[in-house]
Structure formats: C-alpha cells, structure tokens
Design a protein around this ligand. Structure first.
Ligand SMILES: *Cc1c(COP(=O)(O)O)cnc(C)c1O
Length: 396
C-alpha cells in the first residue's frame, strides 16, 4: 500500500471543539440509559418562541426558498440596525450589517477579514474555544493573556499593553463571557479599548450574550464608544442564545463599511446567504418585540434563579470556590485545591457520578470547571449533590 497523501496544515492543526465533545459524550451515556446530570450544554434548554417559528413557517410556505442577498434579506438588516439604535443609540447603515450562518461563522469571517499570516491576535483566557482555531485558520497566531479568578477573569489595560507587539493586529473581547459568565463594566472596557486605539488594533467584540445579564448589570456595545472606536470594531451578536435559536444558524456582524464589504465578499464565496426562510423567523424575533420580550424574560428569570442556586451550592462545597458572574448561563468554579488536572477531574466525575462538566483547560485556564445552568432546576440540584459527594471522596 502506498503512503497516504498528507492532509493540509489547516486540517492537521485544527483541534475539535472540546465543549461539543463533552456534550456528545454525555448525550451518548444518556442514550445508553445512564442517568446523567449534564452541565455541559452550550445552549438554552428552552425552545424557540412560537411567533418566531410561525414567521419562518409562513415564509417557507410563502415560497421564500430561493437564494437571498449574501449579507441577508434587506428587512432583517434594517431591523438589526433599528435594534442597535433602540438599545444603544448607535446609528449605522444596513450596508454595515452581515447576517451569517451562526455567530461562530460571523466571528470567523471577522478574523479572516482583518488577519493575515504573521499577524498576532490577543485573546484573553479563559476564552471561547473557537477563537484560537479561527485565528490559526487565518494563518495568524493567537497570543493568550491569562486572566484568572484573582483578576475576576478580566483583562486589564496593563496586561493588554504588555502583550502587544509590532505584529499585533486584533484584540478579541467577549463580554458577557463564555466560559466565565463575567460581564465587563463600560468603564473597564473603555480603558482596554483606549490601549487598543493607541496601538492601532482592530477589535472583535463578541457580544453574543448581551441580553443574558443579571443583577441589573447593563450590556456594553463597544462600537458606541466613539466614531474612532467604531471604525475599528467588528461587533458580533446573534439569535442563538438570546432567542433559543441555536439550531437555526443565524448570527450578525456590524462592522465599518470596508470591513463589512470584505466580509460579504468572503461569505459570498464560502457559504452565501443564511437559509432564506430562517431569516424571516429572525426578523419576527426583532419586530414582534412584545412577544419576544415576554419569552426572553421567562427564560432570564429561570436562568437567574438557577445561577444563584448553583453559585450558593458550589461555594458550599469544601475545596470549591466560585465567583458570582453576572451574565450568560455559565459559572466557572475553581477546583484547583483538589490537586487533580481539571481534565482528570471531569473524566472521573463523569465516570463515577455521571455528571458532565467541561474542564477549564479547554478554555485555556487549568484548574476550573465550566458549568452551564441552562438546564432544569432538578438536574442542577441532583448534579450538585453528586458533585458534593465526589469532591468529598477526593478530600479523603
Ligand atoms: C454560542 C457562541 C457563539 C456563536 O453561536 P452560534 O450558535 O454560532 O450563533 C459565539 N460566541 C460565543 C462566545 C458563544 O458562546
């Protein structure tokens, strides 16, 4: 037999998504009849609100089954512009908006639009698992800045400044954060962005969880800071998390015109438009505001209750400490006191107690767990009980 032809450097260098892998393992155990408590979900446990589904069905039946303009149907791009103005007072043109097949793809196209081989991209850790891979697929190099729980999982201007080199091209920010749930204040972001401005960096601001926020905290849209900041900021947001639409694959980018144009051209050769009828569902999420708001409020009330319960329970476990994060649907407890690698901790937890959690090392931060509370109160209660028992055996 001849030696197999080598795969590309892109194929050889990609790491598969560890969060999807843990979730798949938990689901497989469940399918095999095991009673699994999974904290691994990266999506709301709610279904898409009915009015959104209905608008999509109506569009499908009405023949919205053909190609649409690459960056999205015009009414949706207008509705996205309108919601930025309503929520943040931000004025933009529909031409600055691109609708892509999932916020993940919006992020990737944003990276591709501004990064070339040799460039460096600063990624605060813990980070969302896909950022480093996207940067590598653009031929650029990720530069991590570890921001652990002693700094509230937040990048500071000084740490950013220290990581910048003449090759630095882009800074990726994600508030509220996946995996920590942490929300930066406007003041904190302004100080960080000032450093990015000084060094002439682009900013990719992943604001996917902007509406999933608690304790009266307010989301910050970085592009509103000044025209100068807007001119270098690529804002990614979407429908997946806020409206329980993860399977629809629709995300949004708001970018300065030249970048928006570049992203549209990239998308035109890579995926073309998001499923046309699906865009009509997304449109209803933005235009039928009262119905949407009611559905989101129901979900947020449940998330907030679970967040507080889970947080209190975690801090009640000897050896575990957890910050109370104000956004998304994750908590990121510190389990380093047990003296186990977090990967080993997670594997043993799943094997012995059938509790699924994602190790912090998957997000570039060893010694933590990512626990998603986008699951029922009952599973959280049962899962915490098992986790408590597991931790007690480790301390013996
Ligand atoms: C879920 C998520 C996204 C993208 O979600 P899509 O399902 O691709 O729309 C982007 N960024 C972060 C931080 C996320 O958690």
């Amino acid at each position: 037999m001849s030696t197999p032809l080598p795969l590309s450097i892109w194929a050889r260098n990609i790491s598969p998504s560890p969060t999807l892998a843990v979730d798949a393992k938990a689901k497989a155990l469940q399918a095999a009849g095991e009673d699994v408590c999974s904290f691994a979900a990266g999506e709301p446990d709610y279904d898409t609100p009915e009015h959104i589904k209905e608008a999509c069905i109506a569009a499908l039946k009405g023949g919205k089954t053909k190609y649409a303009p690459t960056p999205g149907i015009e009414p949706l791009r207008q509705a996205i512009v309108a919601r930025y103005e309503l929520e943040y007072g931000l004025k933009a043109a529909p031409a600055q908006v691109i609708v892509s097949p999932g916020g993940k793809f919006n992020c990737y196209l944003g990276v591709l639009a501004v990064c070339s081989p040799g460039d460096e991209v600063i990624i605060p850790a813990p980070y969302w698992v896909s950022y480093p891979e996207m940067v590598k697929l653009a031929g650029a190099a990720p530069k991590f800045v570890l921001c652990d729980d002693s700094s509230g999982f937040k990048l500071t201007p000084a740490r950013l400044e220290a990581a910048i080199t003449p090759k630095t091209r882009l800074l990726i920010l994600n508030s509220p954060s996946n995996p920590t749930g942490v929300v930066y204040s406007r003041v904190e972001l302004e100080a960080i962005v000032a450093v990015a401005l000084k060094h002439n960096l682009y900013i990719l601001s992943d604001e996917m969880y902007e509406h999933l926020i608690y304790d009266g905290a307010t989301p910050t849209c970085i592009a509103t800071f000044s025209p100068e900041v807007a001119a270098r900021t690529i804002t990614v947001a979407g429908f997946s998390k806020t409206y329980a639409m993860t399977g629809w694959r629709i995300g949004t980018t708001l970018a300065p015109l030249p970048i928006a144009k570049a992203i549209t051209e990239l998308q035109s050769q890579m995926s073309s438009n998001v499923a046309t009828f699906a865009q009509y569902g997304a449109l209803a999420a933005l235009t039928e505001r009262e119905k949407t708001k009611a559905a989101v409020t129901t979900m947020l009330t449940a998330f907030d209750r679970r967040r507080k319960n889970l947080h209190a329970a975690l801090n009640g476990i000897p050896g575990v400490s957890c910050l109370l994060a104000q956004g998304a649907f994750y908590l990121f407890p510190n389990i380093s006191s047990f003296g186990l690698k977090d990967m080993d901790f997670c594997n043993r937890l799943l094997e012995s107690e059938k509790v699924a959690a994602v190790p912090g090392s998957a997000f570039g931060a060893e010694g933590y767990l990512r626990l998603s509370y986008a699951t029922s109160d009952a599973i959280i209660a049962k899962g915490v009980e098992r986790l408590t028992r597991f931790c007690a055996t480790l301390r013996k």
